[in-house]
Ligand binder design. Structure first.
Ligand SMILES: [Zn+2]
Length: 546
């Protein structure tokens, strides 16, 4: 005879799902499910790592051991999915100087000088997120701005978009970059009239100096990845698509997962078509609950702010420049064919209209027509109106970042002019053509806060509410669509829509509870909405302190 407890356990296991007791039940909530069959509910029940039930009255799932949480009317939505972020860079950004709000080169130089004072001569000073469009005059700064106050420490400061570096004379010296140095393929050394480097290195030219910086090592990588993931959980993200990882980052993910120390799920894109890609092509995709590797990230051009985005016609504010093509069409096509044959997805960064066109041509050649390979164009930022229908024709996903629009709107039209601007950051135009639009932040380029991304999607305004009706207001998303773009569409963009992205019985219990109902409150209140609780797979990975 079975011991009585085992018998009870087997009876409970035999109960149908509608009658099983939950591990926990949250009730008295406003649940936005992103499930068309039941868009709204009042309660959610969780058992193990999955959702047991969603409904208005789930008392039938409350057993003696069930934990009950009274949401007190708070909103619950599926966990945010950021379809494009950079976890290791994000973790690093939490540790180095940040110039996001700096209003002049002198202000940056002063902060660098201060940091250098406490460090031995020769040690690298690192910083990020400077943006010359915020400086008086809007021109690139100069190595001498830094060297005047920090001559003995090499300084390496990354632009806000990560596509340019501002270095001092010491760094140029240590890297042997001088008037005789040629521009590398896909890179540009900005020079003065005499040919001398000014201290700005665009796209692949950054490597001339950055490769001289000693690497941080594995412990630092683990620490940064963990901090980044914890920060993501705090912000309500439950899945991040990590847009370009190395073998070291994949190993770091594995080690955090083994320690149960990764509070968000990672959909990692293999960074570039190098050796790591060759290895993965041989072994094939890996699909797991915490880490999935089934995609490759390619980079077709630079970025708009540093005029590295590859354009069909010259920049409107620099008539001699068309930007930088960083990947040949035939190389993208070759990788696309390899990937399609082996069950991998291709996700290519394309900002300028020429880069977007090149990627579309390469994808089209490999895909042939409509398909379920879910290839993506990361950013899809400036696209010729004529090229947009190709996204739909070849089932290509536009993976866009709403906050890029609201950061770049101050100067984007200066760069591309009035004729090209209608195809810029034009997510509604894509959607009307039947194109799937996933949302993300490109953190740490932009803030990782998905609520800020949600706000940007529906307002196309900065945090002060400017411009009044939003920039290119016909491109604003509805709140419902914005929520989808940050949840189920992100899941779809990773082949995970059956597992996550909406709140339905049987799906992973990935959701967040918010201090305000972002589907209802005035837009400005979205910016101050707090995450009260984040559940990743039924584990509360973040809870606001009472
Ligand atoms: Zn990126």
């Amino acid at each position: 005879m079975l011991p009585i407890l085992a018998m009870l356990a087997s009876i409970s296991l035999a109960l149908p799902a509608w009658a099983q007791p939950a591990d926990w039940v949250i009730d008295n909530a406003v649940v936005y499910t992103v499930d068309a069959a039941q868009p709204k509910a009042r309660a959610i029940a969780v058992k193990g790592e999955r959702i047991l039930a969603v409904g208005n009255d789930l008392s039938r799932h409350v057993g003696p051991a069930t934990r009950r949480i009274d949401a007190k009317g708070a909103a619950i939505i599926p966990g945010f999915i950021d379809s494009h972020g950079h976890m290791a860079n994000f973790g690093e950004s939490l540790e180095i100087l940040d110039f996001r709000t700096s209003a002049s080169a002198a202000e940056v130089a002063r902060a660098v000088q201060k940091a250098a004072q406490s460090r031995p001569k020769g040690e690298w000073i690192r910083g990020r997120a400077w943006d010359q469009t915020r400086f008086p005059g809007g021109e690139f700064p100069n190595a001498d701005d830094l060297s005047a106050v920090t001559p003995d420490h090499p300084v390496y400061l990354t632009r806000v978009d990560g596509h340019a570096a501002w270095v001092n004379r010491k760094a140029l010296e240590m890297a042997d970059v001088n008037a005789a140095t040629k521009d590398p393929d896909g890179g540009k050394i900005i020079r003065d009239a005499s040919g001398k480097p000014t201290g700005i290195l665009v796209d692949r030219a950054q490597g001339l100096v950055s490769r001289r910086i000693p690497s941080a090592g594995n412990d630092a990588l683990l620490r940064r990845l963990r901090r980044a993931a914890e920060e993501c959980a705090r912000l309500g993200l439950t899945t991040v698509h990590d847009a370009g990882v190395s073998a070291e980052v994949i190993a770091a993910y594995r080690s955090l997962i083994a320690k149960n120390a990764l509070p968000v799920r990672a959909y990692a894109m293999i960074g570039g078509a190098g050796r790591l890609w060759e290895d993965w092509l041989k072994r094939g995709p890996e699909i797991g609950p915490h880490l999935t590797v089934r995609s490759i990230k390619l980079v077709a051009d630079g970025a708009l702010g540093s005029r590295g985005a590859a354009m069909k016609e010259p920049y409107s504010d620099e008539p001699s420049n068309r930007g930088l093509v960083l990947a040949k069409k035939e190389d993208i096509e070759r990788v696309s064919r390899q990937a399609a044959a082996r069950g991998f997805q291709v996700n290519t960064h394309a900002i300028g209209d020429l880069a977007n066109r090149n990627v579309l041509d390469a994808y089209a050649a490999a895909l042939g027509g409509r398909n379920d390979k879910r290839f993506r164009v990361e950013h899809s930022q400036i696209v010729s109106l004529d090229d947009m229908p190709s996204f739909a024709r070849y089932s290509i996903i536009a993976s866009m970042q709403a906050t890029h629009a609201t950061s770049d709107m101050r100067w984007a039209e200066k760069r591309v002019g009035p004729n090209r601007i209608p195809g810029a950051y034009a997510w509604e135009r894509f959607r009307k053509l039947g194109v799937t639009v996933a949302n993300g932040s490109d953190f740490p380029v932009e803030s990782a806060n998905p609520l800020w991304g949600f706000y940007a999607s529906i307002t196309r305004q900065d945090h002060d509410g400017s411009p009044a009706n939003g920039w290119m207001p016909d491109q604003k998303m509805s709140r419902e669509e914005a929520l989808r773009s940050w949840t189920i569409t992100g899941a779809y963009a990773a082949f995970e829509e059956k597992e996550k992205g909406s709140l339905q019985a049987g799906k992973l219990a990935d959701f967040v509870m918010l201090s305000k109902d972002i589907l209802q409150v005035p837009p400005k209140e979205i910016l101050t909405t707090r995450v009260l609780l984040t559940s990743t797979g039924g584990r509360i990975v973040y809870q606001e302190k009472q």
